[in-house]
Write a new protein. Structure first.
Length: 138
């Protein structure tokens, strides 16, 4: 069997594993595309990035440069979502690719958590409406 013939099956298996992993999360993630800044608490690193997924518990980040600080590094993230500015503390998690990694939010006040949850509910409603609009009529 040629390598090219086996790739779609392997990609489908990986996609299924990714979907299973997403379903085990404590908080639903929402696809977004917004500019953000990531800074280590020590101030040693500050870099721009794009948030590609977010939940009340954390986010996925893509950067132009590799984030060399590693995992379990305390960071502060700043971003604006649907007109509301957020500045949250987090801890870096494992990288999915060289320039993509996760941040788990930590020490979020109940007020900020509620604000983020409210904005994410708006994002979810907007995405559901867009999905409904794209669905073929039966």
């Amino acid at each position: 069997m040629a390598l090219e013939e086996s790739l779609p099956d392997e990609m489908n298996e990986q996609s299924a594993r990714d979907e299973e992993w997403r379903n085990r999360r404590a908080h639903p993630r929402h696809d977004v595309d917004c500019h953000m800044t990531i800074a280590s608490i020590t101030g040693a690193i500050e870099m721009p990035g794009r948030m590609v997924e977010v939940s009340v518990g954390g986010c996925q980040v893509m950067t132009d440069e590799r984030f060399l600080a590693g995992i379990m590094v305390r960071v502060e993230v700043q971003f604006q979502l649907r007109g509301m500015a957020f500045r949250l503390n987090g801890v870096t998690q494992g990288a999915r690719a060289k320039k993509r990694f996760a941040i788990r939010f930590v020490d979020i006040s109940p007020r900020k958590r509620a604000q983020l949850a409210e904005v994410l509910a708006e994002v979810a409603a907007e995405q559901a409406a867009a999905s409904d609009a794209e669905a073929p009529n039966s």
